[in-house]
Ligand binder design. Structure first.
Ligand code: PLP
Length: 316
């Protein structure tokens, strides 16, 4: 989060203090914008970044200094056409900042599509072992010196232990990520066959609403390792029940670890948003998010299966 904060503040140093952000963002990022930056005098607006014509109109109206988006939105996994968003940013004289935590450089490289700065939570896939809290800003030439000056002055730099853990983890990052993406693909298609599952959200789905963008921008066959799905007819208690029955998949508020992890957005990543705000974002009470790990995929589906079957009362 500090990496994101740093990127935004550096981009705004010589631009209009107006942020135009995608309306589907990680909950803490929305909080950073609305509870920290807005009270500090930054004007904040939201727009649908998947609607480029609409985005162009909103940008002309508010004349932002920063456009902010995630490569893959959390938790509904929409993918805005970041090359076209970059063109809107350039025309508006704004910097495009992209949080690429969910996709990582194995899946997409936003700087090559016109982004000015890319932010990753290194806590997730890049480190991969859930034992380090770290973030990084990857910058184009134009913002590098200002970023260095900002971090020298205000101090958001990694300590040696965190740096060591991140560098150790990153050695296996491409191998882990490839396996995790492949597992996600197989788990997503397995979930679509399950009667207990109402809807599956996955970036590798050929029927994904942003399939054309994904095919253009993402590495073929490696579209990400997060699968979100809705449990048919489930309320909050049913979701707790389902998650409590998981034996191998770890309930955890993170993604990108070597082991599979499940999160309940309503109670974790998006808990600080009002129910109305969540509803507007399309985050329903029966939605869970799975980050696939590197396990044998049969173990992941077996764990999901026993939790789903018991939920329906089919097993003794
Ligand atoms: C998309 C995204 N960006 C940023 C963050 C923040 O990461 P950290 O907890 O490492 O500050 C998260 C955490 O879940 C995230 O999902």
């Amino acid at each position: 989060m500090q990496a994101l904060n740093t990127a935004i503040l550096v981009a705004l140093m010589d631009r209009r203090r107006v942020v135009l952000a995608a309306n589907a963002l990680y909950g803490a990022t929305i909080n950073l914008l609305m509870k920290i930056l807005e009270p500090a005098g930054v004007e904040v607006h939201f727009a649908d970044f998947c609607d480029i014509e609409g985005l162009r109109r909103v940008a002309a109206e508010h004349r932002p200094g920063v456009l902010l988006m995630e490569t893959v939105s959390n938790p509904l996994l929409r993918v805005a056409p970041l090359d076209q968003v970059a063109a809107v940013a350039r025309d508006a004289g704004a910097a495009l900042i992209v949080d690429s935590t969910f996709s990582t450089p194995v899946v997409v490289r936003p700087l090559e599509w016109g982004a000015h700065m890319v932010v990753h939570s290194v806590t997730k896939y890049l480190s991969g072992h859930g034992d380090v809290l770290a973030g990084i800003v990857v910058s184009d030439e134009g913002h590098l010196e200002a970023l260095r000056a900002y971090s020298r002055t205000t101090g958001p730099v990694l300590g040696p232990q965190e740096s060591y853990l991140a560098m150790r983890g990153i050695k296996t990052f491409p191998l882990r990520m490839e396996r995790q993406c492949q597992n996600a693909c197989r788990v997503a298609s397995w979930l679509t066959q399950r009667p207990e599952v109402e809807r599956v959200y996955f970036t590798g789905d050929p029927a994904h609403p942003d399939a054309a963008t994904i095919a253009r921008l993402f590495t073929p066959g490696l579209t990400g390792a997060v699968v979100s799905f809705e449990l048919k007819g489930a309320g909050r208690e049913d979701v707790f029940d389902f998650m409590n029955r998981l034996k191998m998949i770890v309930p955890a508020t993170s993604v990108g670890d070597v082991h599979s992890m499940m999160l309940y957005p309503t109670m974790s990543s998006h808990r600080e948003l009002s129910p109305k705000h969540r509803e507007r974002m399309g985050i329903r009470e029966n939605l869970v998010r799975l980050s696939t790990g590197i396990e044998a995929v049969e173990d992941i589906t077996a764990d999901l299966e026993q939790a789903l079957i018991i939920k329906l009362g089919v097993n003794p």
